[in-house]
Design a protein. Sequence first.
Length: 101
Amino acid sequence: MPPQSTLTIILVNIKIHRIRDINKRRSSLMYVCLCTGVTDGKIRDAIYEGCCSYKEVRLATGVASQCGKCACLAKEVVRETLMELQTAQAAIPFPAEFTAA
């Protein structure tokens, strides 16, 4: 049987993959940045792969790196996706040893 911390990480990863699948089905292909061809799906995928801020998403995808007119929409997609992940992670119960720290 895996330790509690490993089990928690597995549960979080499963939850993230479920959110990713829901978003892929729900989201039509929307171009956020026409200059570099970045879609909302690419932004969400960058977050699912570990980006934790708009700056990191911008570096990973190249969104808003040319004219910058898409920055507001890109930030909105990043904010929404990060909030969805935080909500999903908050719903997963953590073992007592994590809450005591």
